[in-house]
Design a protein around this ligand. Structure first.
Ligand SMILES: NC(=O)c1ccc[n+]([C@@H]2O[C@H](COP(=O)([O-])OP(=O)(O)OC[C@H]3O[C@@H](n4cnc5c(N)ncnc54)[C@H](OP(=O)(O)O)[C@@H]3O)[C@@H](O)[C@H]2O)c1
Length: 275
């Protein structure tokens, strides 16, 4: 990534995680500026990462090449309208990480004809293991796509989708997905405790098993189905457990869960101003 001037509007969890990732990758801190309503947050970011701060979002928008909008979705319209004039004047690439805000809504609030990349990151970005879906509108050029990808790669992997609508499924899978794995871990831990293990032992074994399975899946070119078959001996313990999961409809549960999350993502986008 060439060292363009990057501005963040909203200096919360996601922005600090992205800034931390950039700094870890040796991005020059003097090229990064953050704007937030809170002086406390700005002071903290400035002392932690030696980045610049700017109270006035519109002033920030005028001076950067890439403008990352990292405020909560419900604040996005007000923020966008406040910076619209500055964005029209300086035409930065706008990168939105807000869940559920459609490109057309954002572009409209910003006054039209703006290069926008919409991203759907997830919480593991906070520990540099995020998975982000990205979509670019028609005004984004190749260089801007590459720069956005580098920005989000500072906190994990990135995947482009061809159609913005696919971001509702990305939201349902990786956006909400960490919670699905937490629920599975919670349930496994409880079952192991009920079966006689201490809480500490059950928790440690659950966490390391989840990590190990994910690492094996990432390291292998085999599908998850094949990896599962490899660890399932006929007549063994794994087969006994998997038979219960199949009989009791685990696949249907996940299928219905993803459908419900996708539908809710579409509804939220409509409520937040999309069409
Ligand atoms: N956290 C995640 O894992 C995650 C995952 C996927 C997507 N996202 C998206 O990332 C975005 C940021 O999430 P977050 O968790 O980082 O939220 P956050 O910690 O609440 O950060 C947002 C920050 O923006 C500030 N802010 C609000 N209005 C502002 C304005 N007009 N000008 C400047 N700053 C303003 C907020 O201040 P106040 O606190 O005073 O309101 C807050 O410091 C959200 O849109 C969310 O959908 C987050």
């Amino acid at each position: 990534m060439d060292h363009q001037r990057i501005g963040f509007i909203g200096g919360g969890n996601m922005a600090s995680s992205l800034i931390g990732g950039l700094i870890n990758n040796n991005y020059p801190s003097h090229k990064i500026t953050v704007s937030d309503l809170s002086d406390e947050k700005l002071n903290e970011l400035s002392s932690r990462f030696t980045v610049n701060t700017e109270k006035n979002s519109a002033a920030l928008a005028k001076t950067v090449d890439i403008l990352v909008l990292a405020v909560k979705p419900q604040h996005m319209q007000a923020v966008a309208e406040q910076i619209a004039e500055a964005v029209q004047e300086s035409q930065p690439l706008v990168v939105s990480i807000a869940a559920g805000i459609r490109e057309a809504s954002l572009e409209g609030w910003l006054g039209g004809s703006v290069a926008i990349v919409r991203c759907m990151p997830n919480t593991p970005a906070l520990v540099k293991t995020g998975a982000t879906g990205l979509h670019a509108n028609a005004h984004v050029d190749e260089n801007q796509r590459n720069n956005t990808e580098s920005l989000l790669r500072a906190v994990g992997i990135t995947v482009w989708v061809d159609d913005e609508k696919e971001l509702d499924t990305v939201t349902a899978l990786s956006g909400s997905g960490p919670a699905y794995f937490f629920l599975v871990m919670e349930a496994l831990e409880k079952a192991a405790i009920d079966a006689g293990l201490s809480q500490k032992t059950a928790q440690l074994l659950t966490q390391e098993t989840a990590l190990g399975a994910a690492k094996m899946a990432l390291a292998s070119s085999e599908s998850a189905a094949t990896l599962r078959q490899h660890v399932t001996s006929p007549g063994g313990t794994t087969e006994a457990a998997l038979a219960v999961m199949e009989e009791q409809g685990l696949r249907d549960i996940f299928e219905n869960a993803i459908k419900a999350a996708k539908l809710r993502s579409e509804e939220l986008s409509n409520e937040l101003g999309g069409s």
